[in-house]
Design a protein around this ligand. Structure first.
Ligand SMILES: [Zn+2]
Length: 425
């Protein structure tokens, strides 16, 4: 049995809004922690790449990487297509007693979280939240005694918390009926999310306590309130939960110790504060929300042209991938202000490097900025500004000289489809 590894991520990214009444908000994406995989369910596309020509583009996970961008997602994570049932448990503590109804806490996350998954997955993931116990569950120990801090590993605090939770609920809840568990903690337990984000997910955890014959292998814990300071908490505050559940489906964190500077607001695994955002096309393919037929693999030497349709709309070709090695490549997709992407201020062709040998939180994805040092086009709170205008527009070319790669945006047609030319050695 492997010992779980974890990293403590502790950074503050103050974000000053323009004007005299500016709020300064320290933002931190939520933490993640993952543990050795179990063998229960598998996320991601099940179709074999055989015969599709996509083999070189399905870069596999590397040995020693805790949580990888590689395909396929290893076993043990929750299924990411079809209907999944989420058990929601609202908890408080003797030293942090809830001051509002448990139903209100649940309502901070639903139905928005289910809607978010329906939109992002083009209806392929039906997320059914259930809360069979309607009231707060009082934990037996004070919050402080579980010793939970940002970056806390599963042992010993979370194991104790989950065991206690099972002990007080098992007679009333059939844990085997659910694909994942959300523990929604009373917001007054622990520090404000403006200071420290405690929210965390333990995914693929076959060492978790069992209940009703199944390990509680995919559990997300949500603390405090991620209020982006714009007065729109009721619209944006739920977004920590789809981020945490992203880990349950096997997605790594895209923010790093330095913050959201490698991916910006282009994926909820990078930034889960502020305006709504979607997932990268790479993630949608990894989760099985895009078919193999919607992917173009530019693996052969020479020049190829591809017509890409906006990621937010259903159907059509969504992703061109240019493999560089067995563990990396460039992804090319079209992003527009539609669907879950509400903050896109420069629509166009987003180009990013995916590295399956780079671990969660270490920068497995990095977005190429078409307008470096521009300061970006957004002024929204908690949206990484510099990369907000990263997409390439018609007439612009991304070049990786050492690798001999050129990706040119040739044109955008009346339907909003983009023609892209890829040249590689
Ligand atoms: Zn995370």
């Amino acid at each position: 049995m492997q010992q779980p590894r974890h990293r403590i991520r502790r950074y503050r990214r103050p974000l000053a809004l323009a004007g005299a009444t500016a709020l300064v908000i320290a933002t931190m994406a939520s933490a993640s922690s993952t543990l050795p995989a179990a063998g229960r369910a598998t996320a991601g596309p099940v179709a074999a790449p055989r015969g599709t020509g996509l083999g070189p583009c399905r870069i596999p996970a590397s040995m020693g990487v805790q949580m990888s961008e590689g395909m396929p997602t290893p076993p043990g994570y929750a299924r990411s297509t079809g209907q999944i049932k989420a058990l929601n448990l609202m908890i408080d503590f003797p030293d942090a007693q809830a001051t509002e109804p448990a139903a209100d806490r649940l309502a901070e996350f639903f139905p928005q979280t289910s809607d978010w998954f329906r939109t992002s997955s083009y209806g392929r993931l039906t997320y059914v939240p259930e809360a069979p116990l309607e009231d707060w569950l009082r934990m037996p120990l004070p919050f402080a005694e579980y010793g939970i801090e940002r970056g806390s590993p599963y042992e010993p605090g979370y194991r104790k918390l989950v065991k206690d939770l099972v002990a007080i609920t098992d007679a009333k809840v059939d844990f085997a009926a659910y694909d994942l568990v959300n523990v929604l903690v009373t917001p007054n337990a622990g520090p404000s999310a403006l200071d420290t984000v405690l929210s965390v997910t333990f995914s693929g955890n076959d060492d978790a306590p069992f209940a009703d014959g199944v390990p509680l292998a995919n559990t997300s814990f949500v603390y405090s309130r991620q209020d982006d300071g714009s007065g729109s908490y009721s619209e944006t505050g739920y977004r920590v939960l789809p981020h945490e559940n992203g880990h349950v489906f096997g997605l790594p964190d895209l923010y790093t110790m330095e913050g959201g500077g490698s991916v910006g607001h282009w994926d909820i695994m990078s930034e889960d504060w502020g305006a709504n955002n979607d997932l990268l096309a790479w993630h949608k393919w990894k989760l099985g929300w895009l078919d193999n037929s919607q992917i173009r693999c530019a693996a052969m030497p020479g020049t190829t042209e591809h017509v890409l349709e906006p990621l937010a709309s259903e159907g059509g070709t969504k992703l061109a991938f240019v493999p560089l090695s067995a563990q990396s490549g460039y992804a090319v997709e079209v992003r527009t202000p539609a669907g879950n992407d509400e903050a896109v201020c420069r629509p166009g062709v987003l180009i990013y490097k995916v590295s399956s040998d780079v671990d969660t939180g270490q920068g497995p994805v990095s977005v190429a900025d078409s307008t470096e040092d521009s300061g970006g086009c957004t002024r929204r709170p908690n949206v990484h500004a510099e990369l907000s205008d990263a997409p390439f527009e018609p007439g612009e070319t991304f070049t990786d000289r050492p690798q001999g790669i050129r990706i040119s945006v040739l044109a955008k047609d009346a339907d909003g489809h983009y023609r892209v030319r890829i040249t590689r050695p």
